[in-house]
Design a protein around this ligand. Structure first.
Ligand SMILES: NC(=O)c1ccc[n+]([C@@H]2O[C@H](COP(=O)([O-])OP(=O)(O)OC[C@H]3O[C@@H](n4cnc5c(N)ncnc54)[C@H](O)[C@@H]3O)[C@@H](O)[C@H]2O)c1
Length: 248
């Protein structure tokens, strides 16, 4: 088991990639806080993990709201005494061409991806510094690397996440804490339009050298690796699990 007895927080773990990561972490022996806005979805993932013999705790939390994040981190620490791994995965899209995007759509996306990741980082970092151990994982996207049409807010947020990841890695290295990012390929309902709408589907697929969409369970092993002891000398890096889309 690669994460035996580690304590992990996975945000946005009620479905999609976050749920796949929570299940994979639990299979590898971690105690997992399944954190989501949608508490029923989080509870369902916790039940699945428990049924498979793992240990998990479901927590309702809005990562964009500071007090909500502080309460969530306090609940995890009360239950398991510490946090070893933070996966900043919670995300939303508010898609619109840039000339039509509302200020609210712009702000909502930045609030979840950037402020949300910042809130979670600050809620766990003091304990990691004290124990001289921590793994921070950020989730970015090919959109943050390459840009994308109709998602200037999302591309800006995901490029911002990369800057946060590199700053986190540089600032916390001296405390024994690593920070890395994963860029998943199109895998879940969040990207349903590009995967199913014939206006986009074939053009997008042509840009993926492996020539197919990803499954969330194909993305999760990258998160396991970067949180494991095998990645102890890796920090400040982007690992793209994107079928080769960002090869340059
Ligand atoms: N799906 C893809 O193909 C893809 C590709 C690249 C990057 N990503 C990124 O991967 C991450 C997960 O994406 P996904 O496709 O699994 O998304 P998803 O929409 O399936 O799941 C996101 C989860 O985050 C939760 N969430 C949303 N806002 C929240 C908030 N404020 N606080 C707490 N939880 C919140 C939702 O309730 C949901 O359960 C996101 O950061 C996304 O940007 C996804």
């Amino acid at each position: 088991m690669q994460l035996k007895d580690k304590v992990a927080i996975v945000t946005g773990a009620g479905q999609g990639i976050g749920a796949a990561v929570a299940r994979a972490y639990a299979r590898e022996g971690a105690k997992v806080a399944v954190v989501d806005l949608n508490v029923e979805a989080a509870a369902a993932v916790v039940a699945e993990i428990a049924a498979a013999g793992g240990e998990a705790l479901g927590l309702a939390c809005d990562v964009a709201a500071r007090a909500s994040v502080e309460a969530m981190a306090a609940a995890v620490t009360a239950r398991w005494g510490r946090v070893d791994i933070l996966v900043n995965n919670a995300g939303i899209t508010r898609t619109a061409m840039l000339h039509k995007m509302t200020p609210e759509q712009w702000q909502q996306v930045l609030a979840v991806h950037l402020t949300g990741a910042f809130n979670c980082l600050q809620a766990v970092v003091d304990g990691m510094i004290e124990r001289r151990y921590g793994r921070i994982l950020y989730v970015t996207s090919t959109a943050g690397v390459l840009g994308t049409i109709g998602q200037i807010n999302y591309a800006a947020a995901k490029a911002g996440v990369l800057g946060m990841m590199k700053s986190t890695a540089k600032e916390l290295a001296r405390h024994g804490i690593t920070a890395n990012a994963i860029a998943p390929g199109a895998a879940t309902p969040m990207t349903e339009t590009i995967r199913t709408d014939e206006r986009f589907r074939d053009k997008y697929l042509e840009r993926i050298p492996l020539g197919r969409w990803a499954e969330p369970d194909e993305i999760a092993p990258a998160f396991v690796f970067l949180a494991s002891d095998g990645a102890s000398y890796i920090t400040g890096q982007l690992l793209a699990a994107d079928g080769g889309m960002t090869i340059c």
